[in-house]
Design a protein. Structure first.
Length: 145
């Protein structure tokens, strides 16, 4: 079961530097830590909508830098590209959706074994099996001819 996460922004600060931040960086990283623990203990997945969390300029980049990049990267092309990156922490993924103009329309941290968008859909696999059966039948006929 997927658990959505949201954060509330503290009162705005008029200062600069760390005082100008929303204060959501540490709670977000803490939530990622706890979500990974839940995944390991009970297989509970968590999705954090980064666009739904108030952040000051530079905070999202700071979070992404802290998560880093792991070994897996996938790009899916469907109604605009989607990029799926494993962070340096296995089980913690960054999923970014773009529109056809390549503007970010959604960015999520998913704590899961594999992001749902990467999994094959049952209907697609059924269609694939039908196509493979046809291919196999055609190939058998070629060899028998």
């Amino acid at each position: 079961m997927d658990q959505p996460v949201s954060f509330n922004s503290p009162p705005e600060s008029s200062g600069c530097g760390a005082d100008a931040m929303t204060g959501n960086v540490l709670p977000l990283l803490n939530e990622v830590r706890h979500a990974l623990e839940r995944l390991l203990e009970s297989k509970q997945t968590t999705t954090i909508d980064l666009r739904g969390i108030p952040m000051a300029p530079g905070e999202e980049d700071h979070i992404l830098a802290q998560l880093g990049q792991g070994e897996v990267r996938a790009v899916i092309s469907a109604m605009g590209p989607s990029e799926i990156l494993e962070t340096r922490y296995p089980g913690v993924w960054l999923v970014t959706h773009y529109n056809v103009e390549e503007e970010i329309v959604g960015r999520f941290i998913e704590i899961t074994e594999m992001p749902e968008i990467v999994n094959s859909q049952q209907d697609d696999m059924r269609d694939a099996l039908t196509q493979l059966n046809t291919l196999f039948t055609d190939e058998v006929q070629k060899y028998q001819a």
